[in-house]
Ligand binder design. Structure first.
Ligand SMILES: NC(=O)c1ccc[n+]([C@@H]2O[C@H](COP(=O)([O-])OP(=O)(O)OC[C@H]3O[C@@H](n4cnc5c(N)ncnc54)[C@H](O)[C@@H]3O)[C@@H](O)[C@H]2O)c1
Ligand SMILES: [Zn+2]
Ligand SMILES: [Zn+2]
Length: 351
């Protein structure tokens, strides 16, 4: 088969590689119908994720058709259409049973990390992929859900909802501010209403993304390129500050924006992957009674979000800005990697 193979920072190739096979009885081999590129893949290409080594097939998001299953797989069969979770969960270890499969202890890739696809084992940017723990890592796709919506459930929608909205403890009537309107921030914006947010404020530097944020659920959009951004957010909350501030960028400045605009008693939910130390001003924050949360997505909300997508209740397809064929994945990376110019949000790559 053909696959996108990583060869060190900045170097990949769409190459002929051996077809994946069932190794363990809990495995499935899935034909990729649609995959996409995550911001994390760009981090890998920059060399920010040294655990990804030469020869690894990239990609942790995808929708496909089951080709073959191991002897102990019960919930999916050849021919089934499935969503591949970015978290491969054994379903049996302590952390899986506690609802934290992002820290699955099974020795697939490495014990203690559930994100293994396109990281520690070969991933989904390929014609086929071996998926470990198929029963607890694949989700059957109902008829009528287009790949363009389904593929957002592998990672982006669960991340925005679980690590932004759920960890942020959004309550009915809340004002939620989301800093960073990339795919992940937009997913938090689109799902904040599920827990009753009254106002959802998108904050970004990029006017195009702010415009898109309005179409997926933001009730207000504030450019942080303007000096007065904090006053504009404060004015939406009678001067008190927001109930929940979601960080969806991953740099110190945007985390500081969140602690600055949260009201006493509110929550800061950090989603961003930080590559550098971030200052925490406890001397100012200790008296504010705020909660700060963070974490790696579990994708435990995937089945619930899938039901909403199947009923057209989440604007998933609005995230898809560009479409490519698998053998043109290089152009997909170029387009996604230059989002400021191309206005790319999610690029769909299909067979
Ligand atoms: N915790 C998890 O499990 C998890 C899962 C997936 C992604 N992530 C992380 O979530 C973050 C967001 O992912 P993404 O794919 O949406 O990223 P992205 O880079 O596409 O989007 C980031 C957005 O932030 C905006 N931005 C940059 N600097 C800003 C500033 N100073 N003020 C306001 N906006 C600013 C950019 O214009 C962009 O729209 C990344 O750090 C990613 O690694 C975390
Ligand atoms: Zn991802
Ligand atoms: Zn486990």
């Amino acid at each position: 088969m053909k696959a996108l193979v990583y060869h060190g920072p900045g170097r990949t190739g769409w190459e002929e590689v051996p077809d994946p096979v069932v190794v363990d009885p809990t495995d499935a081999v899935v034909r990729i119908d649609t995959t996409t590129i995550c911001g994390t893949d760009l981090h890998i290409l920059k060399g920010d994720v040294p655990a990804v080594t030469d020869g690894r097939i990239l990609g942790h998001e995808g929708v496909g058709t089951v080709l073959e299953v191991g002897d102990s797989v019960r919930t999916v069969s050849p021919g089934d259409r499935v969503i591949i979770s970015c978290i491969s969960a054994c379903g049996r270890c302590t952390f899986c049973r506690e609802g934290n499969p992002s820290h699955c202890l099974a020795a697939e890739g490495a014990a203690g990390i559930g994100w293994v696809l396109g990281h520690l084992i070969d991933g989904t940017q390929a014609e086929m992929v071996r998926v470990p723990f198929a029963d607890t890592s694949l989700y059957s796709l109902p008829d009528g859900v287009p790949d363009a919506s389904a593929v957002l459930l592998s990672d982006i929608f669960p991340t925005g909802f679980e690590i932004g909205v759920q960890y942020g403890r959004v309550q009915p009537g809340d004002t939620v501010a989301v800093v960073g309107a990339g795919p992940v921030g937009l997913a938090a914006i689109a799902t904040a209403g599920l827990q009753g947010a009254a106002q959802v404020v998108a904050i970004d530097l990029d006017d195009n993304r702010l415009q898109l944020a309005r179409t997926v659920g933001a009730t207000a959009a504030v450019s942080s390129a303007d000096d007065g951004w904090a006053d504009r957010v404060r004015a939406l909350t009678d001067g008190q500050g927001v109930d929940v501030a979601v960080e969806a960028v991953g740099i110190p400045a945007t985390f500081a924006m969140c602690t600055r605009m949260v009201r006493p008693g509110g929550s800061v939910a950090n989603i961003g992957v930080h590559g550098a130390p971030v200052q925490l001003d406890l001397q100012d924050l200790w008296i504010q009674n705020i909660t700060i949360t963070m974490g790696l997505v579990n994708t435990t909300s995937l089945p619930m979000l899938l039901k909403l997508v199947a009923q057209g209740r989440l604007p998933a397809e609005a995230f898809v800005t560009h479409r490519f064929s698998l053998d043109d994945i290089g152009s997909a990376y170029e387009t996604f990697g230059d989002a400021a110019r191309t206005h790319a949000v999610k690029v769909l790559i299909s067979r």
